[in-house]
Design a protein around this ligand. Structure first.
Ligand code: LMR
Length: 328
């Protein structure tokens, strides 16, 4: 009888253990459209590592890169349906939810990434994190990628070189207007389609950062990249108010801390990543980097800057002024 008792106790213990083991960690999904080997890809993985280290067994983060789970056309809708809990679209992709972020697309607004950082950290920049509150979207923080360059199959030195050509843009009216301003055609397409559009010559060119041009192999299907630094490609990491408020307060605090640290990490590596990828593109010999003289660059500024006036009312002159002030 003693033996039977011991066996029963052991069986009960085993059952209790397996019951505990069956309490799966809560899954948090983070979906994005770029490669893992990019500032955004690395930030998402950092966030995963931090959450799983600090809330072991309680939460796990599944990262879905390369538009695997959701792409440009549906990631924000999916966020609001709680099908994904974190996304980090470029600041150009929030137009349906707020017009205020169109600010970041204005051509030649920021002189470099230091100015971008300074503006984002200012009161005006921080206020924009809450610009989609009424839509149920919570801004967690900004994430850098870097400055955009133009690529094409012919060298673009002057605005007239772009005339009549077709360029892919993100879903942003400001970016479309930027190409209108040089008599080019802008086509709004999701990031996941860009390589094929370039490869099949359905479009002539596009604009992006070095890290995106490298990691998505655009340089293999574009003969020239003009080092224009004409605009910024940064992100806002967002979650839904419903998910965020639904988290227990103590867990929310830890998860926010993990995100802040992941963003600080991503923001620190972004410029090195772009510099490295620029060099890898040059070393590949597949695409030639076109440098602009001061007067050539000025010609692009003169052609594109009138776009600001068209969007001033939607964006707010106060915001534009605050951004310009960050260049000092
Ligand atoms: C693009 O669509 O070109 C970029 O926004 C992709 C990204 O997320 O960096």
């Amino acid at each position: 009888p003693l033996k039977t008792f011991a066996m029963a106790a052991f069986a009960a213990g085993a059952m209790a253990t397996s019951f505990l083991a069956a309490a799966e960690p809560v899954e948090i999904k983070f979906s994005h459209v770029v490669a893992e080997n990019t500032p955004k890809g690395q930030t998402a993985l950092k966030f995963k590592a931090l959450v799983e280290e600090r809330l072991p067994g309680e939460y796990k983060v599944s990262v879905f890169p390369n538009s695997q789970l959701f792409g440009d056309n549906n990631e924000l809708a999916a966020l609001l349906l709680n099908d994904v809990q974190f996304v980090a679209p470029s600041l150009s992709k929030f137009e349906r939810y707020t017009k205020r972020l169109q600010l970041f697309d204005l051509p030649f607004l920021f002189k470099d990434m230091d100015a971008v950082e300074k503006f984002q950290m200012s009161d005006a920049g921080q206020a924009l994190l809450g610009s989609m509150k009424r839509k149920g979207i919570v801004g967690m923080g900004y994430l850098h990628n870097g400055m955009k360059q133009f690529s094409a199959n012919e060298p673009l030195k002057l605005p007239t070189d772009a005339s009549g050509k077709k360029f892919r843009v993100m879903a942003s009216d400001v970016l479309a207007a930027q190409f209108d301003a040089v008599n080019a055609m802008a086509v709004k397409k999701p990031f996941s389609e860009v390589f094929t559009l370039l490869q099949t010559r359905a479009i002539d060119g596009q604009e992006n950062t070095w890290s995106n041009i490298y990691s998505k192999k655009f340089y293999e299907v574009q003969s020239y990249i003009t080092e224009s630094n004409h605009g910024v490609l940064d992100y806002m990491v967002v979650t839904s108010a419903a998910f965020w408020k639904g988290l227990p307060a103590d867990k929310r605090k830890i998860i926010k801390q993990c995100m802040d640290e992941a963003l600080a990490y991503g923001n620190k590596i972004a410029s090195d990543k772009n510099a490295q990828d620029r060099q890898l593109i040059i070393d590949s010999g597949e695409s030639k980097v076109v440098e602009l003289s001061d007067s050539e660059r000025q010609a692009w500024i003169d052609a594109m800057k009138p776009v600001w006036g068209k969007f001033e009312d939607q964006i707010g002159k106060d915001m534009i002024d605050a951004a310009v002030a960050a260049n000092k």
